[in-house]
Design a protein around this ligand. Structure first.
Ligand SMILES: [Zn+2]
Length: 203
C-alpha cells in the first residue's frame, strides 16, 4: 500500500479499503473510484451504499439451486414449467445468466458459487459438494449438464463432479467446446452457448 503524502481522513481511508476488496481493484483504482464518487457523484454513492445494504441483508442462497434469492426457493426453481429432469451445474450466477440467455435450456440449475482451486484452499468441502450431490441424486434428475468454465480449474471441477455423479448412476454430459480453451462462460455469446448446449456430449 502506498503511503499517502497528504493526511487522509479516516472515512476516506475506510472507503478506499472497502473498494479494494473488489476483484482486480488495487490501491490506485480504489482511490480514483472513491474520489469520483465523493467529488462527482455523491447521490450515486448514497445509492450504492443503500443497494449494498439491501443486497447483503435481503439475499440468501436458494435452498435448491444455491443461487441468490430473496426467498427460500428462487423464482426459477419455483417455476413449474421448467424441466425437472435436467440439472445444469454452473460456477456462478453470471454463468447461469449466460446459459439462460441462450434460450436453449428449460431445465433447472445448481450454482456452485465457485470452482475447485486447491491452491486457494477451495476444495469439495468449501463448495459444499455434499449439498450438490444430495440435490443431484433426486429421483427426478435424469441428466446433469456440467457447464463449468473451460479454464483449467473449471475442467478440473467438471472431471471431479463427473466421477462423483456417474458413481450415483446419473447421466452426465458436458457442454460442447464451442469456445476456445481458457474461456469463461460469462463472456460467451448467446448463440455460441445455444450451440454448446445442443451439442453437449457424454463425459
Ligand atoms: Zn433456485
Amino acid at each position: 500500500m502506498s503511503t499517502p503524502v497528504l493526511p487522509e481522513p479516516e472515512p476516506l481511508r475506510a472507503l478506499i479499503d472497502a473498494l479494494r476488496r473488489l476483484p482486480s481493484v488495487g490501491e490506485r483504482t480504489a482511490r480514483r473510484m472513491a474520489y469520483h464518487l465523493l467529488q462527482h457523484d455523491l447521490s450515486g454513492a448514497v445509492v450504492l451504499g443503500q443497494a449494498l445494504d439491501r443486497a447483503t441483508q435481503s439475499l440468501q442462497h436458494c435452498e435448491q439451486c444455491n443461487s441468490f434469492s430473496e426467498t427460500v426457493l428462487c423464482s426459477l426453481c419455483d417455476n413449474a414449467q421448467r424441466d425437472k429432469s435436467l440439472l445444469c451445474i454452473v460456477e456462478t450466477p453470471a454463468d447461469q445468466n449466460t446459459v439462460e440467455s441462450s434460450h436453449g435450456y428449460q431445465g433447472l440449475y445448481y450454482v456452485l458459487m465457485g470452482r475447485l482451486a486447491p491452491i486457494e484452499g477451495i476444495g469439495p468441502n468449501e463448495l459444499q459438494f455434499d449439498r450438490l450431490l444430495q440435490r443431484a441424486s433426486g429421483a427426478e434428475v435424469e441428466e446433469i449438464i456440467l457447464a463449468t468454465n473451460f479454464t483449467a480449474e473449471g475442467e478440473t471441477t467438471a472431471h471431479y463432479l463427473a466421477e462423483l455423479l456417474r458413481q450415483r448412476g446419473k447421466r452426465v454430459t458436458r457442454l460442447a467446446r464451442g469456445v476456445p480453451a481458457g474461456s469463461e462462460l460469462e463472456y460467451v455469446d448467446a448463440s455460441t452457448m445455444a450451440w454448446a448446449l445442443q451439442e453437449r456430449r457424454e463425459t
